[in-house]
Design a protein around this ligand. Structure first.
Ligand SMILES: [Zn+2]
Length: 340
């Protein structure tokens, strides 16, 4: 084994695999490299893509492959201790297979594996360097993912690797007709059923049917509501009243849901990831989240009762972009395997 050891983070997404190396001080050695993702073609082909990513990293740094001492791997699907239990966007053969053990045997390296939101949460923690408490990540996207990093930088996975499925925490918010909205998971009233692209589509359909929006340009648009929903972010950036109302509702309910989660974890820092981190109206979105949060929590979770002016729960946008998960996994590999 060479003297300098490196640790790889491999972020398996639906379209690309992103890979980074960190050294023993958690310093990334270069920008991430990317290779094509073949997740739909099964895990064996994906292992080959992971090899390609590792080879690219080593070639880019002029280091031998055996300088890599461990790997952190994340997958875009719910998993429990290395085993994926829900298909999500992956090929069929992933489910029920011990991917962590399989890739460890394939690569001849110790491997840690978790889901992509846990990985991104650790990455956001690592990129900040100075998180005194914990860090809670929520990432609104097609669904709503979450992750929690304990002080020290390790993600909290729970006894079965199933912790922080934040999108499925219930919120007591009802539709205009008094019902609890259906979630993609089969339950009703989940936070994800209010804060996600899925929710935006449903709410857009409901709002467009109201007389007050009869003259809205989207009502003259022949596209299905699923496609119209993709236009809402740009419209909100332009100040469109309907689009802003939809995002304001999502933000306030997200804040309300976060209040319940902060009661449990007291993370100190809540980071919001996902695509909205790049939205032009993101400052307002964060203000709306805070309003929803503050209306449903106690003053001590907003400002310190003993240190005037100190915020006890801070809200920030994610800073790591789409490299956060790979960085988080590399840092976790260094943390777990760096002392071997
Ligand atoms: Zn759900």
């Amino acid at each position: 084994m060479p003297e300098s050891k490196y640790f790889a983070g491999l972020d398996i997404g639906g379209t690309t695999v992103k890979a980074v190396l960190v050294d023993q001080n958690d310093e990334p050695t270069s920008p991430p490299v990317e290779v094509r993702s073949l997740v739909k073609e099964g895990y064996r082909k994906t292992f080959t893509q992971l090899d390609e990513a590792l080879d690219k990293l080593c070639a880019g740094h002029g280091i031998p492959r055996d300088a890599i001492a461990g790997v952190g791997l994340d997958v875009p699907a719910p998993s429990s201790n290395g085993v994926i239990w829900s298909r999500a966007n992956l090929g069929d053969d992933w489910v029920g297979t011990d991917i962590r053990a399989g890739y460890s045997a394939h690569a001849g390296l110790p491997v840690f594996m978790t889901n992509d939101c846990n990985a991104a949460a650790v990455g956001e923690y690592a990129l900040r360097k100075s998180c005194a408490g914990g860090l809670l990540l929520v990432a609104p996207g097609t669904g709503l993912g979450g992750g929690f990093v304990l002080p020290g930088g390790r993600c909290h996975e729970g006894a079965n690797g199933l912790a922080l499925e934040l999108g499925h925490v219930p919120v007591p918010v009802r539709e205009d007709d008094g019902s609890l909205p259906a979630c993609s998971c089969g339950l009703h009233g989940c936070l994800e059923a209010w804060v996600s692209l899925m929710a935006l589509r449903r709410r857009l359909g409901i709002e467009l049917a109201k007389p007050e929006w009869a003259d809205h340009p989207l009502n003259a648009d022949p596209a299905p509501v699923e496609e119209k929903a993709f236009k809402i972010r740009d419209l909100a950036d332009e100040g469109d009243a309907l689009a802003r109302r939809l995002f304001r509702q999502q933000a306030e309910i997200l804040g309300r849901g976060l209040a319940g989660i902060v009661f449990a974890f007291d993370p100190g820092l809540v980071v919001i990831g996902g695509g909205l981190a790049e939205a032009g109206f993101r400052d307002e979105f964060l203000t709306w989240v805070r309003e929803g949060f503050e209306a449903h929590t106690w003053p001590a979770y907003v400002h310190s009762p003993v240190e005037p002016g100190r915020e006890t729960t801070r809200f920030e946008w994610a800073v790591g972009g789409d490299a956060a998960a790979a960085i988080g996994m590399a840092c976790t590999a260094r943390d777990l395997f760096g002392r071997i």
